[in-house]
Design a protein around this ligand. Structure first.
Ligand code: GLU
Length: 493
């Protein structure tokens, strides 16, 4: 049997970090078993639709390479994929449940149900339907239907038995049927609830494995009862634990800091994001931490997913991302940077395009060791893509390095300028700059730090920048000479 998993989002918001983990586990599991991963849109709750959310999800999933094998964008056998387009299908199955006496009409008004809920809450009881309509006679039902009283259809939960299912992550789950609410399956507007549509579609779409987050565990016994009622084989359930912030608070649902797109916007690399998210709550049982998507597929095992909540820690994500940046090949990362900028920072993209590619790559080769993610790049490179700020003497002073006398600093900078002016052609590499300078500094009986610190400052006029040798290599002779001359002229004339 082909393994088929699915991601079944409701279009109520953008793709969250924890949904990304759900998608990823579904994807890894399907790929590991040479199966298929589907996308289905659960849009039956019409009051909670958020416009553009599905487009966002599809776009974000494609950006992180988790492309469903089948879904609204690449329809195939199981079309349609929007539940709102499958209403007739659910109607047929609801009729079947009524016919089999596994579901019943409920004519209770929402007012009655609200009052019931309030009463139960006041008495500290679980809020559940009190089964009033379960015991209506056939004649009563017929009469109410004929008088067009609005109705819902509810699941008829068998009395006095245990509902048992096995969960890959949480193992055996056993619930007393008296604790299961007689869930509404069909709403009075003719739309199914999540529960009915989810079960019917998982069956019709041949879903073999349902991997979803823990919040749905309490609903699963109702689903199990429906599978039984239809005489269908239930899929294998795996409920994955919640994600928490490092302060152990549950990730809130609708703040932008949980939107995956926000992490793309900040310039995290897909491979780092996927690698980090995969390890949230799953222990691959090795000391290695860095895995490509193919390695993740090979290693993934649902049985190694933890039962308790996993912590989403942005600092760990930064650690993963900067590692990926450091080890990546410069052409590859440069292309990724361009793709990122084109989408999220077109001004900086245009600026970069107006400089030679070789120059941009030199900068990136240096900066990839210093940044955690792409969005830090623009601020750290202003002096490469524009003029340096105006020289100011206080930036040149450095107590720690015992640089406190401006007149001496002048001599050091003059040395740099002389060395640069005596070069006949641009430096070939940072090592090339280093060899030249180390020798000249030694000859002049000065110390490396004394010369290179003010040189670095004079080339960037920023508190932080790459070192002097790297700066001279990247900026080239002409610009470096101009900046030093400008510094000497401004501060000592
Ligand atoms: N539509 C549900 C959700 O968005 C899907 C739950 C499931 O995977 O069964 O959480």
């Amino acid at each position: 049997m082909t393994v088929i998993t699915r991601f079944a989002p409701s279009p109520t918001w953008y793709l969250h970090i924890w949904s990304l983990r759900t998608v990823l586990y579904n994807y890894l599991y399907a790929k590991k078993h040479n199966g298929k991963f589907m996308l289905r849109v659960e849009d039956t709750d019409r009051t909670r639709l958020v416009e553009g959310s599905i487009e966002n999800m599809i776009h974000v999933l494609a950006s992180v390479w988790l492309i469903p094998d089948e879904g609204p964008n690449n329809p195939w056998e199981k079309w349609p994929y929007y539940q709102s387009e499958r209403l007739e299908i659910y109607r047929k199955y609801i009729d079947e449940l009524i016919e089999k006496d596994k579901a019943y009409y409920c004519f209770c008004s929402s007012e009655r149900l609200d009052n019931l809920r309030t009463e139960q809450k006041e008495l500290w009881l679980a809020t559940k339907y009190d089964k009033l309509c379960r015991y209506l006679s056939d004649d009563e039902i017929q009469a109410k239907l004929e008088s067009w009283i609005p109705y819902t259809v509810r699941l008829k939960v068998p009395e006095a038995r245990k509902v048992i299912f096995y969960d890959t992550v949480k193992w055996k789950i056993e619930v007393d049927s008296k604790d299961i609410d007689e869930q509404v399956l069909l709403k009075s507007d003719g739309f199914p609830t999540y529960h009915l549509a989810n079960v019917v579609d998982d069956h019709l779409m041949w879903i073999t494995d349902v991997i979803r987050w823990d919040e749905w565990t309490p609903s699963t016994p109702k689903h199990v009862l429906m599978y039984e009622a239809f005489w269908w084989e239930a899929p294998v359930f795996s409920h994955i634990p919640l994600l928490l912030w490092s302060d152990k608070k549950k990730l809130s649902k609708r703040t932008w800091d949980v939107a995956v797109e926000q992490y793309l916007e900040k310039g995290y690399l897909t491979e780092a994001l996927i690698n980090y998210i995969a390890l949230l709550g799953w222990n691959p049982k090795t000391t290695d931490e860095f895995f490509t998507i193919n390695e993740l597929i090979e290693k993934f095992n649902l049985k190694q997913v933890h039962k308790s909540g996993a912590i989403f820690d942005v600092e760990r994500l930064d650690f993963f991302n900067s590692n990926y940046l450091k080890k990546s090949d410069i052409s590859d990362i440069y292309n990724k940077l361009l793709t990122y900028l084109k989408r999220y920072n077109s001004d900086f993209y245009d600026l970069l395009q107006s400089f030679p590619e070789e120059y941009n790559k030199k900068i990136l080769s240096e900066l990839k060791w210093r940044i955690k993610k792409f969005d830090e790049l623009q601020n750290l490179t202003t002096f490469f893509y524009g003029d340096a700020k105006n020289p100011s003497s206080d930036l040149l002073m450095n107590e720690k390095m015992k640089i406190t006398d401006l007149d001496i600093v002048k001599k050091w900078l003059e040395l740099t300028l002389n060395v640069l002016q005596s070069q006949s052609s641009d430096f070939e590499s940072v090592d090339d700059v280093k060899n030249v300078f180390v020798e000249k500094i030694k000859e002049a009986e000065m110390k490396n730090g004394q010369v290179l610190w003010p040189t670095r400052v004079a080339l960037s006029w920023e508190e932080f920048s790459p070192g002097a040798l790297e700066m001279m290599y990247i900026l080239g002779l002409d610009t470096s000479i101009k900046r030093l001359e400008n510094t000497l002229k401004t501060l000592w004339q």
